[in-house]
Ligand binder design. Sequence first.
Ligand SMILES: [Fe+2]
Length: 194
Amino acid sequence: MPWPVYYIPGNHDNPAAMQKMQLLPEDWRQAACRRIEFPEAVIILLDSVRRGQSRGGVSDETLELLKSALSEDDGRPTFLFMHHVPFRTGYTAMDEPFEQVEKLMKLLSGRQNLYMCCGHIHAPIVTKMQQISVNTCPPICMAMEFDLTPQGGDMFYTSEPQFMLHVVEGAQVITHFATVPTGEIRKGPYTFSI
Ligand SMILES: [Fe+2]
């Protein structure tokens, strides 16, 4: 691709294998949290994976690293990317507690122009936590069936890949949700459980 590509692990990934493949930095601190500077914006990549678990969270060590990564706030849009979602989405089967969410939000409180960008849910969702914009990205595969009942969050369908694009114009961020027009016909629903 004609632009840099950065990776963060999800709960199905093996971070050690990703390090071997040079998809993550070798240094554990850099792999847990790193800050990437652009003239228009700042990107922070955070590892929210709790080893051997599907739920996410942040350790005290990761929070310390995040504190350092956040240290400069010059008003530029800051995107904090992590796999897991720190709020209850309503997709019941997918909703699990995020470890140390209170500490995370305390650290982020008061930050200007911060966008928390998550994955995991395989559906596009937007909300706010303490005035911070938080979103989940639609998926490139296995899209979540929309179902906010107590039985929801366990079915997916296949369709055209979806993605999210953040356009930075000065201090403003314009977020687009789009699909890749592959022509793939929607199939499903299927269950995640098998
Ligand atoms: Fe996930």
